[in-house]
Ligand binder design. Sequence first.
Ligand code: GLY
Ligand code: MN
Length: 354
Amino acid sequence: MNTYKRFAARIAGEVDAVVAFSPVNRRWLTDFKSSAGYVVVTPERCFLGVDFRYIEAAKKAGEAAGIEVFMYEKQLESLANLLDGLNVGTIGYEEEYMTVAQFKNFKNALGKYKYIGVSKLFTQERSVKEPFEVERMAKAQEITDKAFMYALSIIRTGMTERQLRNEIDSFFINNGADGNAFESIVLSGENTSRPHGVPGDREFRTGDLILMDTGSMYKGYCSDMTRTVALGYIKDEAVEAYNAVLAAQEVALNSIKAGEKAVLMDKTARDLLASYGWTKEFGHSLGHGVGLEIHESPYQSTVSKDVLKAGQVVTVEPGVYFEGRFGIRIEDMVLVTETGIRNFTGSKKQLIVV
Ligand code: GLY
Ligand code: MN
């Protein structure tokens, strides 16, 4: 577990200590999940403060990783005492997480330090995965691939979107996942034209497209995959769109490597779909980073300033959507490497008719 050590090295020279309250940054630094608590990182040390509910488990997990774990009764009072003892002058805080009221209380309790926002340092560092994080994400995707195979085996006419969604969600839990990485999306027929539609009681019919955007979470880490399949047969109007989306995804996947601008990845897919005359039909961005959060840095969009780095995990998810008729999206999750990608996604993406 090197995340807090890497972060400690990263903050040296910028701040004397960082205080993290957000669940995601606390989890990333310590690999310990709790609903409340705080983490303090200095260039040399990492402290985890939790309340009575978590102390036994936190001690076991944290101390094995070299983290100094203690219990507090009054959170801000204990934090002020800890910082007093550390002889620090500049404190990094999560300006993109704390509310104005929380920041006010925090400053009042701590005293007259110099405060510097470090949310961007967290997002940048979290975007590059450690080997243990990569393996968890691979496992999360493996469970998602198995859930897709299971879904294919049970899809039938008369089943509803919600029924299939529930089956996929149960499969995740029953096959070693923590649960969902996000609310599973299962859409059918004309509902597939809504990129993030909500599964409802529509029953599957022969000739429907069925879009499944699902991902399991494994030991805190997310996966994300979309597949669109046809039930019984595929209507002619959808064949060209399916092949175009697949080609757009392939060209974008082939453009990825460390040092590539994320905006160019988006452009390769967007240009390909534009060559079919589909511009407004691809109305969302090409993809996003994934990790402890389903959407995190870097972002592949028309306005992205991100440059890809080896160790980042991103999705590639072009789609086209024709209002009131149908939509198609194909999404893989990949690791960026120096020379290209490692694609975590094992599910077939040539058109499947079930
Ligand atoms: N698969 C969910 C999302 O990317 O928003
Ligand atoms: Mn996605």
